[in-house]
Write a protein that binds this ligand. Structure first.
Ligand code: NAD
Length: 251
C-alpha cells in the first residue's frame, strides 16, 4: 500500500545525497508522492540536479528572505495547484557559535541562527498554507540538543528549542484548517550541516554507541517517519516532536 499515492510534497533542504531531506524525498517517493524540491542557491541547484535530474520540479528558496519564500510557493502553486505536505529540513548557525561558550554568542549570531533555523518554519508555513490541501502535513527536523546541553551544539540547541515550540504553536493554530505540524528529533548523522559543530565526530560516535546495535540512525529511517507524518496515516499526531534516533535520547 502506498501512503502518498497521487500526493505532491515539497522538500526543502537537499544539499547532497547525505542530506536528511534526501532521505525524506526518497521515502516520500517510495510511498507514491511526487516530490517538489526547493534549493537555497545556484550551488545547491547544481547538486540537486545531479541527484534528481532535470525532470523533477525545483524552485529556489532562500529562507532568509520572505520575498524568496513567497515567490517560491507562488511558483509551486502555479505548477501543482494543491500540495499535500512540506518537509522543512534547513538550518544554519555561524561556525563560531557551534563551539566554545554560549555566553560568547553574539547578538548577530543568535539572530542569524534563529532566523534561518526557527523563524523560517513560521514564514514557510505562512506561504505554504495557501496551497496546502486538507489533511496535509508539515514536518521539520530537530535534535536532542534542544532539551539537553550537548557539548558544542550550543547555538543550534537554542534555535531547536525555539523550533520545537514553533511546532506546537503552529500545530494548534493550523490543525483546525486540516494542516498537521510535527517535528522529528533525529539522531546525529554525518551531513554537511553537522560538520559545522566542533568535534562533530564525537557527537556522532556517542550517538552510535548509545544505539542497541552501535549503528547510528540513517537518513532512510528518518525519511520513513517523515513520510508517515506527512501522510494521513498519522492523522492522530498533531504538534508532536518524535525521536527517530534509535533510542539515543533514553540514556
Ligand atoms: P544538510 O547540510 O544536508 O542540510 C541543511 C540544508 O539547509 C542545506 O540544504 C542548506 O542548503 C539548507 N539551508 C541553510 N541555509 C538556508 C537558507 N538560508 N535558505 C534555504 N536553505 C538553507 O544537513 P542536514 O543534517 O541534513 O540538515 C537538515 C536538518 O536536519 C537541519 O534542520 C538540521 O539541523 C537537522 N538535523 C540534523 C541532524 C544531523 O545529525 N545531521 C540531526 C538532527 C536534526
Amino acid at each position: 500500500m502506498s501512503l502518498l499515492a497521487g500526493k505532491k510534497v515539497v522538500v526543502m533542504g537537499v544539499a547532497n545525497k547525505r542530506s536528511i531531506a534526501w532521505g525524506c524525498a526518497k521515502a516520500l517517493s517510495d510511498q507514491g508522492a511526487e516530490v517538489i524540491y526547493t534549493y537555497q542557491n545556484d550551488r545547491m541547484a547544481k547538486q540537486l540536479e545531479k541527484l534528481v535530474g532535470t525532470e523533477a520540479f525545483k524552485v529556489e528558496c532562500d529562507v532568509a528572505s520572505d520575498e524568496s519564500i513567497e515567490e517560491c510557493f507562488a511558483k509551486i502553486g502555479n505548477y501543482a495547484g494543491e500540495i499535500h505536505g512540506v518537509v522543512h529540513a534547513v538550518a544554519y548557525a555561524n561556525k563560531e557559535d557551534l563551539s566554545g561558550s554560549v555566553v560568547d554568542i553574539s547578538r548577530e549570531g543568535y539572530a542569524l541562527a534563529q532566523d534561518i533555523s526557527s523563524y523560517s518554519l513560521l514564514a514557510v508555513t505562512r506561504y505554504a498554507k495557501n496551497i496546502l490541501a486538507q489533511n496535509s502535513g508539515i514536518v521539520t527536523m530537530s535534535y536532542l540538543g534542544s532539551q539537553r546541553a550537548v557539548p558544542n551544539y550550543n547555538m543550534m540547541g537554542i534555535a531547536k528549542a525555539a523550533l520545537e515550540a514553533a511546532v506546537r504553536y503552529l500545530a494548534a493554530e493550523l490543525s483546525p484548517e486540516g494542516i498537521r505540524v510535527n517535528g522529528i528529533s533525529a539522531g546525529a548523522i554525518k551531513t554537511l550541516a553537522v560538520t559545522g559543530v566542533k568535534d562533530y565526530q564525537k557527537l556522532i560516535q556517542l550517538s552510535e554507541e548509545r544505539t542497541p546495535d552501535n549503528v547510528g540512525v540513517t537518513i532512510e529511517e528518518v525519511g520513513n517517519t517523515c513520510a508517515f507524518l506527512i501522510s494521513p496515516a498519522s492523522s492522530g499526531i498533531i504538534g508532536e516532536v518524535i525521536f527517530v534516533d534509535k533510542g539515543v535520547h533514553l540514556s
